[in-house]
Design a protein around this ligand. Structure first.
Ligand SMILES: Nc1ncnc2c1ncn2[C@@H]1O[C@H](COP(=O)(O)OP(=O)(O)O)[C@@H](O)[C@H]1O
Ligand code: SF4
Ligand SMILES: [Mg+2]
Length: 371
């Protein structure tokens, strides 16, 4: 793994914040994670790697809502699949409640799967077409040993009521094709919640739904997060939807996290040039502005097989500094409490140097004017 070009003053992980002195460790801790896909020509000749996730670190506390935003293809789903244990990291560790996922035995994996729920982008594709809602929701309970039928029925009715699939008796015998997209996604959410997990991963949960039901589904996820003290990772390419998840947010670009902050702080004071470009490009929820032309980030997202050197955003960046940005990887600079930005514009040493040289220039100018 070539990290030779990393900056020397590599700070703490972009998304790691103090645990608040409560003595409890994070629920989820992702450290130095790399997930690369191997490319093969003719099915067997090694042809390089797609560096879909490349040196990502962050932490998530119990009950915290975290949004992960970035353009399509930046590695969001790959990151989440690694967290769900569906992809094996190329390098780095993922810990859940302090337990390294890849040290878990069979029993450990079974435990982990009850602790984490997954809401996919395409609800219809996520549901087995040959099962009715009752069977879809019963199966995880049966697999995990809840053999008492009336206890199962009670749990299913409770969760269905929470996700607003009511009247329950009316929905239980329905098959996925008999439901609307919004109702299918509610079934997917109910299935994700049925084992009472501690973490819900929602990967673009509303992007395939009609605009009219998107807000309702996002509000539902937020309500579940609050009522169950559930940690949620909400993944989206659409910054206009993240305000429904108000704790923290990180922005990904080309397999890496470039900015991490509190949600309100990031929306009010975005720092990384890529975040600014994303915000400019994000749709205005006000329908009267629907036809307003927006600035979109110039250029194309880079190839993840041979990503740009130094800062990966440098070929598209309006603030590119030659000799620095394309040479050295910017480390995460802590610009404000709970706000980190991986961009050389926020290097405190450079700012100090430029302030000192400015002061020296002013002094020299004053001396010259006094002559
Ligand atoms: N199975 C795979 N094999 C090779 N490349 C893949 C595979 N899955 C995804 N990729 C590539 O990895 C990169 C990140 O993909 P993905 O994680 O799906 O991004 P996102 O969810 O942000 O759209 C993309 O360049 C994508 O083409
Ligand atoms: S490090 Fe340089 S190229 Fe990268 S975002 Fe900052 S200013 Fe732009
Ligand atoms: Mg995706």
């Amino acid at each position: 793994m070539n990290d030779m070009d990393r900056g020397p003053n590599q700070g703490p992980p972009l998304g790691s914040m103090p645990s608040g002195g409560d003595g409890q460790g994070p629920l989820l801790s992702v450290e130095d994670l790399h997930v690369w896909y191997e490319l093969k020509r003719w099915g067997f000749v090694h042809a390089g790697f797609v560096r879909a996730v490349d040196n990502v670190s962050f932490e998530l506390k119990a009950g915290e809502a975290l949004a992960c935003v970035g353009e399509s293809g930046c590695g969001k789903s790959t990151l989440m699949k690694a967290i769900l244990g569906l992809l094996r990291p190329t390098q780095g560790t993922i810990r859940f409640q302090g337990r390294d996922l890849h040290m878990l035995d069979k029993c450990g994996w079974r435990w982990f799967r009850t602790q984490i729920g997954y809401v996919q982008q395409d609800p219809f594709g996520a549901l087995p077409t040959f099962m009715d809602v009752n069977r879809i929701l019963s199966e995880p309970l049966v697999i995990n040993g809840l053999s008492n039928e009336s206890a199962r029925a009670q749990r299913i009715a409770r969760v269905m009521t929470e996700v607003k699939l009511t009247p329950v008796d009316e929905f239980l015998p329905k098959f996925p094709h008999m439901l609307s997209g919004g109702q299918q996604q509610r079934v997917v959410i109910a299935r994700a919640m049925i084992m009472e997990p501690k973490l819900l991963v929602a990967d673009e949960p509303v992007s395939m739904l009609d605009a009219s039901v998107r807000v309702e589904v996002l509000k539902l996820l937020r309500a579940l997060q609050e009522s169950h003290n559930l940690a949620v990772i909400y993944i989206t390419h659409d910054l206009s939807t993240v305000r429904y998840f108000s704790d923290h947010i990180f922005v990904m670009y080309a397999g890496q996290i470039v900015e991490y902050a509190r949600m309100d702080d990031l929306l009010a004071h975005p720092q990384h040039p890529y975040t600014l470009a994303l915000l400019n490009a994000s749709a205005d929820p006000d329908a009267s502005n629907a036809l307003v032309m927006r600035d979109v980030p110039p250029g194309e997202p880079p190839s993840l097989v041979s990503p740009p050197s130094g800062c990966r955003f440098h070929p598209r960046c309006p603030h590119f500094m030659a000799g620095l940005c394309e040479v050295r990887v910017p480390p995460p600079f802590e610009t404000e409490p709970e706000h980190r930005t991986a961009c050389w514009l926020y290097d405190p040493e450079a700012q100090h140097r430029s302030a000192t040289s400015q002061a020296a220039g002013d002094g020299a100018a004053a001396g010259m004017s006094g002559m």
